[in-house]
Design a protein. Structure first.
Length: 278
DNA sequence: GGCATTTGACCATA
DNA sequence: TATGGTCAAATGCC
């Protein structure tokens, strides 16, 4: 028992350290000090995206270890074809990107507050699907022109499972309390001191981080998405989830040509530019 | 009043 | 023309 806790703690610490490293590197890239990113250079593009995925994955894994009742699978959505494709016509301008390629999706046994402000704008019964699909857009769509969207759909009952598909990235900022995530630049001094130096500074001290999947708070849904946010999972299940989520790893060797169609990078860089211009 | 959700109508696309 | 995505009026919540 004691050992198990110890092992888990080790895993948690490793994941946190890794996430911290990713975040630091990413911060280095995004830092106000320089426009290091060459927006035309696909290599640095991939690098930035990989770092982001690394961060998310590390925090995800941490969550799995800490609370194995949550099973979250990340799926990096490359153009696997399962999804709606961009109309193959000559792009007819860069404006109307109706249904574009999702940036990523997760499957969770419960609805998760990803820390963003979403506004529901539709709900649709999907043919051949048992459960309706729910459409959300960022609350700041109009005041800040944020194009982030997501769709949530229950995909099975027992075990309860929801799929959340994200489209685009947030270009909005939380004006009121700009929740800037500032990584403590202090070097991880003493490894024997088990306190991991992953500190997030925050202008206001109420809510530490608004990071997807760190919060376990259940919200939304009243009637349509049946509540019953209750589930159980055996220990093996969580272990499996942990392994499977680790399989992907960082693949910065992803073929470059694949990314050509990856318009979503535009959105990422739009967000970065906004971040840097402030 | 100001914002969020609900829900049928409307629209774009294949 | 069927399906999925979005709009917007009605409604609800604080
Ligand atoms: Zn946003």
């Amino acid at each position: 028992m004691e050992n198990l806790l110890f092992d888990q703690r080790k895993e948690v610490e490793d994941e946190l350290s890794r996430g911290c490293e990713y975040a630091k590197q990413l911060q280095k890239i995004l830092n106000e000090t320089g426009e290091i990113i060459d927006y035309e250079d696909p290599v640095s593009s991939i690098f930035a995206e990989d770092l982001m995925m690394g961060i998310l994955r590390s925090f995800n894994n941490t969550l799995l270890v800490l609370n194995h009742t949550h099973i979250i699978q990340f799926k990096e959505v490359s153009e696997e074809g399962d999804f709606l494709k961009i109309p193959n016509k000559e792009l007819d301008g860069r404006k109307r990107r109706r249904s574009s390629i999702p940036t990523w999706e997760t499957k969770t046994p419960s609805l998760i507050d990803d820390g963003q402000a979403w506004r529901k704008y539709g709900q649709k019964v999907i043919r051949n699907a048992k459960y309706a699909r729910h459409y959300y857009r960022c609350t700041n769509k109009f005041d800040q022109g944020c194009k982030a969207m997501k769709q949530v759909q229950q995909i099975q009952e027992n075990p309860l499972l929801y799929r959340t598909t994200y489209y685009g990235n947030h270009t909005c900022r939380n004006l009121h309390d700009a929740e800037t995530i500032i990584l403590d630049s202090v070097t991880p001094s003493d490894p024997s001191d088990s306190s991991i130096l992953l500190s997030f500074a925050n202008t206001n001290s109420t809510n530490p981080i608004k990071n997807p999947f760190l919060s376990t708070k259940l919200q939304e849904q009243k009637e349509s998405l049946p509540g019953e946010a209750y589930f159980q999972s055996g220990p093996d299940l969580s272990t499996h989830a942990f392994e499977s989520s680790g399989t992907a790893g960082l693949s910065s060797s992803a073929s470059l040509d694949q990314l050509d169609d990856h318009e979503d990078l535009d959105d990422i860089f739009a967000a970065i530019q906004i971040l840097m211009s402030e």
